[in-house]
Design a protein around this ligand. Structure first.
Ligand code: ADP
Ligand code: MG
Length: 310
């Protein structure tokens, strides 16, 4: 892969090893300027480790990363200037006020005072912050806290913004609001690299990379992922009687069925071939109401991460 300057981020054959444990194995991809790039995977898949390397916080064991055309030099400070990193665990000090937290970030970043004041004003307006800056961070709701953490991340006006599970544990309304900010940043030409566990919200990404056990197992836009993994669509089956329970066992053996997964009170069935549904429909109709639905990213995720029939 070439380190094209059009790429906001390029990762080439990245491997990260901790002692004899390989946390990231031979991962390569690039992110375009202005793209919202989703990074998905179960806990321990290697998402945070990859981000830490790209942000210049961790030296790769093998391979190269570049941000805005620059590769890891010295202690990675050259990369740190280009990126904003909102970490998964630690973002703001609870026992400092909003103003003190932002002052502290500005001093770590050695920002010029006038520039800082102007950026702070602009960014607090950007998130439509409506509280006094003298409020302690511990008194903010989870959602607002994450927005203020975003302000801190954006103070030095980074080219590429890394958000590591920014919406974990906040209310659905706050998650939606946070994603509208991500969308606005992308509209302004910023590149946003975001990890999440919530399938519904990663639908907003331009492209999604799926990590499993340190390896990247899929990379495409949301529609492409669904089309590739469910070329014959998905059927939602609703049992007419609740008493049956051996359907899964029976169906999993059918060569016409690619996958059969419980989904709340329904099942999702993916036909294995072009004409499978025509063959299955008459057999299933006595036990199930059925309707064709669009595959969701959750279907894709379950198939890829949990394996075909588990
Ligand atoms: N500094 C470290 N030393 C040893 N193992 C680590 C270290 N950092 C992460 N790991 C391990 O690497 C794997 C990937 O972790 P991580 O990148 O945090 O995954 P994710 O963010 O996808 O949940 C995990 O098994 C984790 O325990
Ligand atoms: Mg993580």
């Amino acid at each position: 892969m070439s380190f094209d300057s059009k790429n906001a981020v390029a990762v080439s054959h990245l491997t990260v090893q901790f002692a004899d444990f390989v946390a990231v194995r031979d991962v390569s991809f690039s992110v375009d300027k202005g793209e919202i790039f989703g990074f998905l995977g179960a806990n321990g898949a290697g998402k945070t480790t990859t981000i830490r390397v790209i942000c210049g916080l961790l030296r790769p064991s093998l391979g190269e990363v570049s941000v805005g055309g620059e590769t890891f030099q010295g202690n990675g400070d050259n990369l740190k200037r280009k990126v904003g990193y909102m970490s998964q665990r630690f973002t703001l000090y609870d026992d400092l006020t909003v103003a003190e937290n932002l002052d502290f970030t500005a001093s770590l970043r050695k920002l010029d005072q006038d520039y800082f004041m102007q950026r702070k004003r602009y960014l607090l307006d950007f998130i439509e912050f409506s509280y006094p800056e003298t409020l302690f961070v511990r008194d903010l709701s989870g959602g607002i806290k994450q927005q203020v953490a975003l302000v801190a991340t954006l103070l030095h006006d980074p080219e590429v913004i890394f958000l590591d599970e920014p919406t974990a544990g906040v209310t659905p309304a706050s998650r939606a609001l946070f994603w509208s900010l991500i969308q606005k940043l992308s509209d302004q030409g910023k590149t946003v690299f975001v990890t999440s566990h919530y399938m519904d919200e990663v639908e907003h990404c331009d492209r999604i990379a799926l990590m499993r056990a340190g390896e990247m197992i899929a990379l495409d836009n949301p529609e492409g992922l669904k089309e590739t993994h469910f070329p014959y669509g998905i059927y939602q089956l609703t049992p007419k009687l609740v008493s049956h329970k051996d359907w899964r066992q029976k169906f999993l053996l059918s060569p016409e069925i690619e996958s059969f997964q419980p989904h709340g009170i329904h099942y999702h069935l993916a036909p294995a071939h072009q004409n499978s549904w025509e063959k299955l429909q008459p057999i299933l109709s006595s036990d199930f109401e059925s309707k064709k639905i669009k595959a969701s990213l959750e279907d894709v995720f379950i198939k890829l991460v949990e394996g075909k029939n588990r």
